[in-house]
Write a protein that binds this ligand. Structure first.
Ligand code: NAD
Ligand code: UDP
Ligand code: UDP
Length: 328
């Protein structure tokens, strides 16, 4: 089923594959589809458009190597592909808490269906897991061997436990059926095509600063996150998929530069300018206090590390939101 395509950019032959990207019309999925098409693969993008948008992939639809299909991964899917990237799942707290039962179904039933598909096709499959599997961590920075601290009954559990169960399913299909699996634990990632109203901190602060409204700091703003620019993250994900079969992960992918939310707000305000004031709002339930990936495994096994610092990444993201806000 594989043929050879010339990777003009690299000037070398690489195997061309038919690749399924679930959640391909979302923020990360759309960048992934773009990268895979540019590498010469045929891409089938499957999405139910819950949080994704057709516009995110509109620039790809005229390319014969790209196909867009509306489908909900909680239902079986019968297609023929060589590789599967399972990215379908709302990722921002306000979106995944909007219909928490559907969120868990998307992670769990979606994983079962995509693993069943991979099993029938003997296809390699990669799961977009998350740093949320570590919950509100007692170990800092988080290594892959840390088992995490998640509240099973809190408002974040539909996402965190769904993603934890999906990891379990991936490893059981691997052990029980010999499936080739890859599990990426993705830490907070930002960049163009983030949903402007999804409530995530980077998009919130940028949109607020551009509109001159108050910057909403939840709690005292001392909680930390480590922000990875989307191009770096996609590079890591593709390297993991292309890595030798025995490398299953889980592997942390993220940028280890850690910032408090107050520091992030100051950086955004400095880069955007304007007169926005900082206002404090209540801290959401179970909000993790600190988060930073230990990426030594990815550095060693994928020869990967993020290259784009916060200032450069924010500048590119601000440009995107500036043009989107003037459009609408
Ligand atoms: P996103 O909300 O932009 O993308 C998710 C996509 O999945 C959307 O296009 C949505 O419409 C689609 N989707 C949701 N439920 C579906 C279903 N049942 N069937 C088919 N499609 C469905 O979010 P994102 O930031 O691009 O996240 C993509 C993946 O990466 C998610 O699995 C998320 O958990 C994971 N992740 C993201 C981050 C991050 O910081 N962005 C961090 C960790 C993990
Ligand atoms: N599945 C799918 N596409 C396929 C093959 C399977 O969506 O091409 C779904 C199937 O409907 C099932 C799930 O994947 O619900 C798990 O399949 P598996 O073969 O592992 O288990 P079983 O069918 O025995 O329950
Ligand atoms: N946050 C904030 N103001 C906002 C949105 C979020 O202070 O307008 C905080 C939030 O409480 C959390 C951090 O920013 O501590 C990251 O939130 P996000 O929802 O982006 O990601 P997650 O909590 O899932 O890592």
């Amino acid at each position: 089923m594989r043929s050879q395509a010339c990777d003009a950019a690299a000037g070398k032959e690489q195997p061309m594959a038919r690749v399924l990207v679930t959640g391909g019309a979302g923020f990360l999925g759309s960048h992934l589809c773009e990268t895979l098409v540019a590498q010469g693969h045929e891409v089938l993008c499957v999405d139910n458009f819950f949080t994704g948008r057709r516009q995110n992939v509109a620039h790809l639809t005229s390319n014969p190597a790209f196909e867009l299909m509306r489908h909900d991964v909680t239902y079986p899917l019968h297609v023929e592909v060589d590789r599967i990237y399972n990215f379908a799942c709302p990722a921002s707290p306000i979106h995944y808490q909007f219909d928490p039962v559907q969120t868990t179904k998307t992670s769990v039933h979606g994983a079962i269906n995509m693993l069943g598909l991979a099993k029938r096709l003997k296809a390699r499959i990669l799961q977009a897991s998350t740093s949320e599997v570590y919950g509100d961590p007692e170990e800092h920075p988080q290594t892959e061997s840390y088992w995490g601290r998640v509240n099973t009954i809190g408002p974040r559990a539909c996402y965190d436990e769904g993603k934890r169960c999906a990891e379990t399913l991936f490893f059981d299909y691997h052990r029980q059926h010999g499936l080739e699996i890859k599990v990426a634990r993705i830490f907070n990632t930002y960049g163009p095509r983030m949903h402007p109203n999804d409530g995530r901190v980077v998009s919130n602060f940028i949109v607020q600063a551009l509109q001159g409204s108050d910057i909403t700091i939840y709690g005292d703003g001392s909680q930390t996150r480590s922000f990875c620019y989307v191009d770096d993250l996609i590079d890591g994900v593709v390297r993991l998929m292309d890595s030798p079969g025995e490398l299953t992960g889980p592997l942390n992918l993220g940028n280890p530069d850690e910032y408090s939310m107050l520091q992030l707000a100051e950086s955004v305000l400095r880069l955007v300018g304007g007169k926005s004031k900082l206002v404090h709002m209540p801290l959401p339930t179970d909000d993790p206090r600190q988060r930073r990936p230990d990426i030594r495994l990815a550095q060693t096994h994928l020869n990967w590390q993020p290259r784009i610092g916060l200032e450069e990444g924010l500048t590119r993201t601000i440009e995107y939101f500036r043009s989107r806000l003037t459009e609408s």
